[in-house]
Design a protein around this ligand. Structure first.
Ligand code: ADP
Length: 467
């Protein structure tokens, strides 16, 4: 409670000033403001962008982590302790910089701490060893958990790391890296370069001194990085990419309606739909559709949209003005085509988008991932189930999939045929439940192996794991 009490958490009203954390002399460069997406009049802080010269300085200082495996593991566990001790600050930053509701903030912090402890333990178990340099590029939607997962895996294996946070969320990254340094990770081993993708990201993914890149973000950016690496790096350089999805769910007529409705609302609208795992396209069996969608729209009416601070809020803002404009334009088009089935109201100030349900005939009509609280709905007849599975597979993505049914044979039948990294049966369709649960996709959704699984760490190792 101290964390969320404005009077007792000084980080809720502080203004943060952050700079690149590199080993060497920083070039002077412009400061950019970081705004609170639920209240753009709240400037959370300013961040000094890394320049091309800063990237060059960082690259020439960078070094693998030469400490032995047990020392590395011990230090990473100390980072986990420091994350817990600095809960109030990290809480405030996740809420103000990323616009997260309290439930999401707590979940994310727990996941980040899990990653640190998991990779520390796993590196000892696997006797992981490497002597490379890794670039870690992370997105804004889990600016602490994904960022920490990538970095802690790379460090646990003994690499040096150059990390670039997303443009929208540099402050939490600076706060986190400061804790790694405080715990004993040398400054030359872990350097942070806030800046934009085309300058800083591109420089860090095309330098031949880099032996691998861990990336989470859009499929398009992953493809740009793959090309940059192919042109400039050793053929043996590693790309570990976690990208987008067009995630579907099937609800058949035997499903428990209350359970399915609750899971849909959480899967599509929690985190304002800004999860790569979020439900995008719902298939409801035709004979239950009228009653079921009525129940679903009733449950949507219960959602409270607004300030992520309020205890009652279910849906906070989307990340920035650009994201809001993109989603609003998409919804306006659907509205003009008469396809909006249900729409809530959103606050006027701030970057809010109201949860909405849009009719489609098939997932094949969805051209791209809309990264917000937008659920597409369609129906199917019982005998069409294989066609539905084929249409979902044909998107080429394969991240998450949800299924609500009481027919065991159907679970088996679909799970065998459907291409998705994570399948959720009769429960909500989210990402990893804890940091140590393997999570990741197939096809256009990523290169594998799954983060959090035992196969992730060996990909950060130059020399293979000793058995
Ligand atoms: P999103 O749509 O989630 O913003 P992006 O793929 O654009 O996804 O961004 C994910 C991360 O990739 C961010 O840190 C961004 O700065 C970085 N990025 C964007 N373009 C490039 C690039 N050309 N090279 C390397 N990194 C990039």
């Amino acid at each position: 409670l101290v964390a969320i009490d404005k009077a007792r958490n000084p980080h809720l009203s502080a203004t943060f000033v952050s700079k690149p954390l590199i080993s060497g002399v920083l070039e002077k460069s412009k400061l950019l403001p970081v705004l609170n997406p639920s209240d753009p009049t709240d400037t959370v802080g300013t961040v000094q962008q890394a320049t091309a010269a800063d990237v060059a300085t960082a690259l020439s200082a960078a070094t693998p982590w030469k400490a032995d495996a047990s020392e590395r593991a011990e230090i990473l566990c100390r980072v986990a302790d420091l994350y817990e001790e600095n809960f109030g600050k990290l809480f405030a930053l996740l809420s103000r910089e990323a616009g997260k509701i309290q439930l999401d903030v707590v979940g994310e912090l727990r996941e980040a701490v899990d990653f640190l402890r998991f990779y520390a333990a796993e590196s000892l178990k696997q006797n992981a060893s490497s002597a490379g340099l890794f670039t870690c590029i992370s997105p804004w939607n889990f600016p602490l958990a994904i960022f920490t997962g990538q970095i802690s895996a790379a460090l646990a294996a003994g690499n040096g790391v150059l990390a670039k946070p997303a443009e929208q969320t540099p402050l939490i990254a600076v706060a986190a890296v400061a804790l790694f340094h405080e715990a004993g990770v040398p400054r030359k081993v872990l350097q942070l370069l806030p800046g934009d993708g085309p300058t800083v990201g591109a420089a860090l993914t095309s330098d031949p001194r880099i032996s691998g890149v861990a990336f989470t973000g859009s499929t398009e950016t992953a493809q740009i990085i793959r090309r940059a690496m192919a042109a400039n790096m050793e053929p043996s350089a590693t790309l570990i990419a976690e990208t987008g999805g067009l995630n579907a769910m099937i609800v058949d007529s035997t499903a428990l309606p209350e359970q399915a409705v609750q899971s849909i609302v959480e899967s599509a609208f929690q985190s304002a739909g800004q999860r790569c795992s979020a439900l995008r396209c719902l298939y409801v069996q035709e004979d239950i559709a009228p009653h079921f969608t009525k129940m679903l729209f009733g449950a949507m009416d219960e959602l409270a949209i607004g300030n992520p601070w309020e205890h009652a809020t279910d849906v906070g803002p989307v990340i920035d003005a650009e994201a809001k404009a993109d989603i609003d334009a998409y919804v306006s088009k659907a509205r003009a085509e008469g396809r909006v089935m249900k729409e809530l109201k959103s606050p006027v100030e701030g970057f809010f988008v109201a949860p909405v349900a849009i009719h489609v005939n098939s997932i094949a009509e969805m051209e791209r991932e809309i990264f917000g609280p937008v659920l597409h709905i369609t129906t199917f007849k019982s005998h069409e189930i294989d066609d539905v599975v084929a249409a979902i597979n044909a998107t080429g993505y394969g991240l998450t999939f949800g299924l609500h049914t009481r027919i065991d044979d159907r679970v088996q039948h679909i799970v065998e045929r459907l291409h998705a990294g994570n399948i959720y049966v009769n429960r909500n369709q989210i990402g990893a439940v804890v940091g140590s649960q393997p999570f990741g996709g197939e096809g256009l959704s990523g290169t594998g192996p799954k983060a959090g699984g035992p196969h992730y760490l060996p990909r950060f190792c130059k020399s293979k794991t000793k058995e």
